[in-house]
Design a protein around this ligand. Structure first.
Ligand SMILES: NC(=O)c1ccc[n+]([C@@H]2O[C@H](COP(=O)([O-])OP(=O)(O)OC[C@H]3O[C@@H](n4cnc5c(N)ncnc54)[C@H](O)[C@@H]3O)[C@@H](O)[C@H]2O)c1
Length: 244
């Protein structure tokens, strides 16, 4: 089979670096693009000597020119502590990053996948959320830069498909955890692990009755590979995904 040229934006991040690894193992030629805001070279250091792996330090807000057959658009800070650091930049990263990568997909006739999020449901009134649920999102709160940015990115993906026939995939990732998660990102599993390692009490917010769907990152990558063979997928969780 012909070696596919794959662009992974946000490829030096927690999930992106696992995805790059997996895509390389499958015999692809990878360009990893990242501005290293939350990603780290250490996450991809073990891939640097591979002749089929290339790292480009670049922001997705700049024009993206990479000849490719597939694009995985993961560039975006994902934890509240990081996406609230510069909320305007976070919104731009989702929206302009989507425009740049979709423009590239259109020009190269590449298949493109968007890493969306369960946060597009906002503070949902329905549990668990079916893909038909439209969400309950605050447009002007401190999380809106991320939630609304990802919603607009989804809109752009579907409009590029309807208007230009671009082959898209949108997956909504729920809380993912695993190796290379930053211990300072404030997410629930990393908080638990860090507190446990420090022999501190484990903090549960609220009344403890809240529910979350968790996904281990390598399962995530395997599922992504599987989903990429098919068209139009919204992916909710490790055991619950639906075909449009
Ligand atoms: N981890 C989760 O539970 C989860 C849940 C839902 C969605 N997602 C999405 O998956 C993707 C990856 O998340 P992650 O958990 O690996 O987070 P992460 O912060 O480790 O990875 C994001 C990567 O994007 C890079 N980046 C950020 N802004 C950029 C920009 N403007 N230009 C280029 N690169 C940029 C960062 O440096 C980092 O390497 C994100 O798009 C996130 O929204 C993750």
């Amino acid at each position: 089979m012909k070696r596919q040229r794959v662009l992974v934006t946000g490829g030096a991040g927690f999930i992106g670096s696992c995805l790059c690894e997996k895509l390389l193992d499958l015999g692809n030629d990878i360009v990893c693009m990242d501005n290293l805001f939350t990603g780290q070279k250490d996450n991809i250091r073990h891939l640097m000597d591979n002749p089929y792996f290339e790292f480009i330090r670049q922001d997705v807000l700049e024009d993206v020119y990479v000849e490719c057959d597939q694009i995985y658009n993961l560039a975006c800070p994902a934890s509240p502590v990081h996406y609230q650091y510069d909320p305007i930049k976070t919104g731009k990263t989702s929206v302009i990053g989507a425009l740049h990568t979709l423009g590239l997909a259109k020009r190269c006739h590449a298949r493109i996948l968007q890493a969306s999020t369960s946060e597009v449901y906002g503070d949902p009134e329905v549990h668990p959320q079916p893909e038909t649920y439209r969400g309950c999102v605050n447009p002007n709160g401190i999380r809106s830069c991320y939630d609304e940015g990802k919603r607009m990115a989804e809109t752009l993906f579907f409009d590029y498909h309807r208007q230009h026939g671009v082959d898209i995939k949108v997956i909504r990732i729920f809380n993912t955890y695993g190796p290379r998660m930053r211990c300072d990102d404030g997410r629930v599993i990393s908080n638990f692990v860090v507190q446990a390692l420090k022999n501190e009490d484990i903090t549960i917010y609220g009344d403890g009755n809240q529910t979350r769907s968790f996904c281990y990152v390598f399962c995530d990558s395997d599922y992504w590979m599987h989903l990429c063979k098919n068209r139009f997928v919204l992916y909710k969780s490790i055991i619950d995904f639906a075909w449009l």
